[in-house]
Ligand binder design. Sequence first.
Ligand SMILES: *[C@@H]1O[C@H](CO)[C@@H](O)[C@H](O)[C@H]1NC(C)=O
Ligand SMILES: *[C@@H]1O[C@H](CO)[C@@H](O)[C@H](O)[C@H]1NC(C)=O
Ligand SMILES: *[C@@H]1O[C@H](CO)[C@@H](O)[C@H](O)[C@H]1NC(C)=O
Ligand SMILES: *[C@@H]1O[C@H](CO)[C@@H](O)[C@H](O)[C@H]1NC(C)=O
Ligand SMILES: *[C@@H]1O[C@H](CO)[C@@H](O)[C@H](O)[C@H]1NC(C)=O
Ligand SMILES: [Fe+2]
Length: 637
Amino acid sequence: MDQRLTHHAYKLSFILLIFFLAFPPSSSQLHPLVANSTFLHLNYTAISDFRVLNRRTLLQCPDPNPYLQINVTNNADLSDEEFVTVNVSGVLLPSESDWVAMISPSNSDVTTCPGSEAYYLQTGDTSALPLLCHYPVKAKYMSSDPDYLSCKKQECQKYGNDGSCEVTTCSGSVTFHVVNIRTDIEFVFFTGGFTTPCILTRTDAPLKFSNPNSPLYGHISSMDSTGTSMRLTWVSGDKEPQQVKYGDGKSQASEVTTFSSDDMCSSIVPSPAKDFGWHDPGYIHTAVMTGLQPSSTFYYKYGSDSVGWSDQIEFRTPPAGGSDELKFLVFGDMGKAPLDSSAEHYIQPGSISVVKGMVEEVANGNVDSIFHIGDISYATGFLVEWEFFLHLISPVASQVTYMTAIGNHERDYVDSGSWYSGPDSGGECGVPYETYFPMPTPAKDKPWYSIEQGSVHFTVISTEHDWTEQSEQYQWMKTDMASVDRSKTPWLIFTGHRPMYSTLGADDKFLKIVEPLLLNNKVDLVLFGHVHNYERTCSVYNSECLAMPTKDENGIDTYDNSNYTAPVQAIVGMAGFSLDKFPDDAASWSLSRISKFGYVRAHATRDELKLEFVNSDTKEIEDSFRITKKQSSLRAR
Ligand SMILES: *[C@@H]1O[C@H](CO)[C@@H](O)[C@H](O)[C@H]1NC(C)=O
Ligand SMILES: *[C@@H]1O[C@H](CO)[C@@H](O)[C@H](O)[C@H]1NC(C)=O
Ligand SMILES: *[C@@H]1O[C@H](CO)[C@@H](O)[C@H](O)[C@H]1NC(C)=O
Ligand SMILES: *[C@@H]1O[C@H](CO)[C@@H](O)[C@H](O)[C@H]1NC(C)=O
Ligand SMILES: *[C@@H]1O[C@H](CO)[C@@H](O)[C@H](O)[C@H]1NC(C)=O
Ligand SMILES: [Fe+2]
């Protein structure tokens, strides 16, 4: 949805960068365009309050007061997940603009960073000078403690001779949700708000995680269509191989990988990923469990005697490709949101309710697999955000296979080989994505693949890599779809991130080039995200309805694909990112438009493919449709 806007912002920032290099501005004398840039970039999707903060001069706080203290109420080492309460006391005059930041690593430079000035321009915000040399993991205004501004919690700092209090100060506390990001953390008390902050005081000693090597966030993906081999991927601070133990006494050693800030892409000026957004990812372990039965439950745990072991986790393998049935969930653009209502880089407000809904679906046995089709974590160069995302999805991604497609926010960056050149990945260029979510793709940075589960063949493409006729990916998708044995998998689903049809607009070139392949190969259903809502079409080709669904006995729209005309396309980008509203008018191919948070629940048998858009807040089905096909014509007899 943001491609044109970000592209525009990016170009602007380059022009401004050149301007800056030619005429370094003083903070008092800003070019009016630059002074206005916070306003100009308010709608730029890769921006947050923090990004604005990162580009302002950090002022010296006037009159630091001798009573100020910032303390963590429980000073013990941190476990893998905790709520940490931070107490600020000795405040003479509590202010709306007082805030506390969580900094990690604890030695991050959070004072001015004038040398980095130019670095920040290319993230889209061109206002003034950088301040924090490192990005705070999260922050909260002290006013979120309802007793803070009113000074309900008072201490007497100095008594007069008559025993009366001469100096009274106020205190308040805020609580942060902390997950094990391995690096020591520190809390810093600022005033001046996010736009003109200055440091008042910081904690004396950094807090340590009691086990920075803990094996965490194990999640599972399919390697192939057999349902017998499953890849487990997890994170740990330790680079020695660990193990997954599974089934009846089987085990497999992990392969260990990582990435460094040198692997992040960048342009003339460092990207956030390479610079102030960088956070060490530790080591990413992956191990393949083989010899499993499809559609079966087994148990596993991962770790080692030296770093410790995860809990024992119950997992269900997906059905083998060609078997009769598949239940899956599909959505795009989910991201994450803080569990403590703190300010963080790039928050996706719907993500928590969607994950909660999915946890219930998995517990109810409604899910064989999950497909998250692009815009995965929205870390966009602020790497610690991947850990919060992995933590959020862990309850579902550890229990059923979690398959992904790449989105603009994982991949795009100028001169990096992405098809669209916006800075949407913040310099990640797909490297963290590929490392955390290894899919059965042909090679590095070729994030397309196909997989069969039950009665469905999924062709998963990257809309962020070249898909024009001469490209490797185009040849691949053409061959892949042509090779589908429809007597084995009657349903062909084509999926990726950016849409072909959206009332809010789509890339016409993509439609012109790729849509003919869908029709030629009789694709039944096309699923995309990127636009943050839900929308469903008729059987559409070249922006025209070649067939309309009819209502079945329950009033559900039913597309008869025994008499195939064209694919049904749906946008399912409503899983977390702030929703996009629809205009009043829509084209005739648009049959259903809903702007609510949720996920799509799908059930494929051999002669029916049924989809339901579930509102994650109410659990109500907001839209449903069926695609039916008589199997007699397909079954080899
Ligand atoms: C800056 O923004 C204000 C609105 O906030 C606008 O009136 C003004 O024209 C803008 N200046 C420039 C140079 O764009
Ligand atoms: C940002 O979006 C709002 C709401 O869509 C719009 O009213 C405003 O003009 C936009 N601002 C800029 C700078 O594009
Ligand atoms: C509280 O923090 C201050 C620094 O802000 C430190 O000097 C003091 O010793 C701490 N008090 C306790 C009880 O830990
Ligand atoms: C915060 O510190 C003040 C002063 O030391 C103390 O009176 C207050 O009880 C503390 N609050 C919490 C929540 O620990
Ligand atoms: C097949 O679909 C086309 C287009 O909707 C329609 O004209 C035709 O009557 C259909 N044939 C059958 C046998 O349903
Ligand atoms: Fe997107």
